[in-house]
Design a protein around this ligand. Structure first.
Ligand code: SF4
Length: 316
């Protein structure tokens, strides 16, 4: 029953591909313009040295070898047959379009049914989209872009040292969707500088833009980051697990019912963090949120009633 209260990614993939589909992380030798000085230095205040790819293989390993190794392991362990190549770490379009295209072709291997490319909203041009389009057309492999946003509150984005504001995200979604690709947006609902209103507004903006998928994770404190320094000095107060759940539920209530939820909470790299997920297993937090949704008798899209001219509906 819980699972039907929001549109879960695993179920969506099963319906789309006829079986369980596994995401395989791919580590490219890339960086990020917010780290190498292209736009800024130091990166987002929460971003560690390994970016988001703490479970990935070495970026020196060719893409095909990374995929083969992971496919063999997951295939043998779970009997999996279909996979998504996930270009996960740092900004995977921060490169020339022809280089991106070459990496995409390296992911064309039996069993790969989709490619997901994680990147920043200011790292995609029309030429990058054309490169991805050529790949998709020739191979029949669908490409989805995962864009880090974290929040629609542009004051908070500045505090996070993101190096972009909300406008770049809106522009990027319009470009990517206009080129026929899917978009997944990453958000952190428990940013201490944000209120419940910001979280609700994030859901409304994603819904209005027609984003296809959303991926949520809590704010965890990675050692050695600027956020770790602020946290250690007592200058950042993290929100409680109960408040995280309430923010996630409000987010889901205001989100369009068709938007696929990749996850409600992320898995944190324990040895690299000062604190993460309230020292609780991610699946326990997930189950807690789902139980709260049952207790509140609520669901994704319950409050999705604000688009398409709400005020003039009575005249129609
Ligand atoms: S944009 Fe992504 S990779 Fe770059 S610093 Fe921020 S979190 Fe890290």
């Amino acid at each position: 029953m819980c699972k039907q209260r929001y549109r879960a990614y695993s179920q969506y993939l099963k319906e789309k591909h006829g079986c369980k589909v596994y995401k395989l992380p791919v580590n490219l030798p890339v960086t990020c313009p917010n780290r190498d000085g292209g736009l800024g230095r130091g990166g987002c205040i929460f971003c560690g040295q390994s970016g988001a790819g703490f479970e990935s293989l070495s970026e020196q390993m060719p893409v095909k070898i990374q995929l083969d190794k992971n496919m063999k392991y997951i295939g043998e362990k779970y009997g999996a047959k279909k996979f998504i190549a996930y270009f996960q770490n740092f900004s995977n379009t921060y490169m020339r379009p022809d280089r991106l295209e070459a990496y995409l072709y390296q992911a064309e291997t039996p069993g790969i049914v989709e490619v997901y490319i994680s990147t920043r909203p200011d790292c995609i041009s029309q030429r990058h989209l054309e490169a991805a389009g050529r790949f998709s057309e020739k191979t029949g492999i669908e490409v989805t872009f995962e864009l880090g946003l974290q929040t629609v509150n542009y004051h908070t984005l500045a505090k996070l040292n993101r190096g972009h504001s909300l406008a770049e995200f809106i522009n990027c979604v319009l470009m990517v969707r206009g080129a026929g690709f899917g978009v997944c947006a990453h958000l952190i609902p428990d940013l201490p500088w944000d209120s419940m209103e910001d979280v609700v507004e994030s859901a409304k903006v994603l819904s209005a833009l027609g984003v296809g998928q959303a991926k949520l994770h809590s704010l965890y404190i990675v050692k050695g980051t600027e956020l770790a320094r602020l946290y250690s000095e007592g200058r950042v107060r993290l929100v409680s697990m109960e408040e995280y759940a309430q923010r996630v539920i409000a987010f889901l209530e205001h989100l369009g019912p068709d938007i696929v939820i990749q996850r409600l909470i992320g898995r944190a790299p324990e040895e690299e963090t000062l604190t993460a997920n309230w020292n609780t297993s991610w699946w326990k937090v997930k189950e807690y949120i789902e139980a709260q949704m049952v207790a509140m008798d609520t669901w994704q899209g319950k409050r999705f009633d604000y688009l398409g001219g709400k005020a003039v509906r009575k005249f129609l």
